[in-house]
Design a protein around this ligand. Structure first.
Ligand code: SAM
Length: 217
């Protein structure tokens, strides 16, 4: 089996791909991305006064959509990509309840029981397992008791039995870490860190999942 290295990851999106990230997502999903992500944010069931921590926030597209629900709460976005931060600031700087911090999510963070929701969208699959575990621990620590870790990412499925276009996307377009993530039992991984109780929503023929895991009261 091929040894997985963080250097093989494409999760630190840079250059052209970062500059045109939102448009590229719309194109590769044949125009389905805007309605898909709007549905996901609705399915998060955010409350008006929720405090949300967004791991690897990207261009701010998700933060803007979340803000439609969280008008009295706060969204704190963590992002390290230069092009991503630039776009995030352009989109979100006029909202006083959206804050952007230049912080790595794959190193220990110092948030303690401060957030109702930690959201991570298409980021967790792009790390080696050791770093995924640091990210999960960061989410657990940052959440208030009863809060939830909302992971939007690939679901767990058998890549060998998937349609050719899914195999192509996972094996030729994505980095090898994505297939490793898909093969692992994400719920078990979360249970090992103390999360208990799950809610799931599926999209794109069940190959993508919003998995919400609760921190016990
Ligand atoms: C595939 S993009 C997803 C962006 C956004 N979450 C979305 O769904 O549109 C991955 C994002 O994670 C950011 N990222 C990668 N590694 C990171 C790290 N260690 N700490 C914080 N952000 C990171 C990248 O810069 C990029 O914006």
């Amino acid at each position: 089996m091929q040894e997985l290295r963080q250097e093989d990851s494409k999760v630190e999106v840079k250059g052209f791909e970062a500059k045109y990230y939102d448009i590229l997502m719309d194109i590769i999903t044949f125009g389905k991305y805007p309605s898909f992500i709007r549905k996901v944010i609705k399915d998060l069931n955010l409350k008006r006064d929720d405090r949300v921590l967004d791991f690897g926030a990207g261009t701010g597209r998700n933060a803007l959509l979340m803000r439609e629900y969280v008008d009295k709460g706060e969204i704190v976005a963590l992002e390290i990509g230069e092009e991503m931060k630039e776009q995030f600031k352009k989109k979100c700087s006029s909202f006083s309840n959206i804050k952007l911090l230049d912080r790595r999510i794959d190193e220990p963070l110092d948030f303690k029981e401060e957030f109702d929701v930690v959201f991570i969208s298409f980021v967790l699959h792009g790390f080696i397992q050791e770093k995924r575990e640091i990210i999960i621990q960061n989410a657990f620590n940052a959440l208030k008791k009863g809060g939830r870790f909302a992971i939007l990412d690939y679901s767990n499925f058998d890549v060998d039995s998937a349609p050719w276009y899914v195999k192509f996307a996972i094996r030729k377009v994505e980095c090898p870490l994505a297939e490793d993530f898909i093969k692992r039992d994400t719920k078990k991984m979360l249970k090992d860190f103390g999360f208990d109780g799950f809610e799931e929503n599926f999209y794109f023929k069940n190959f993508v999942r919003l998995l919400q895991a609760y921190k016990p009261l």
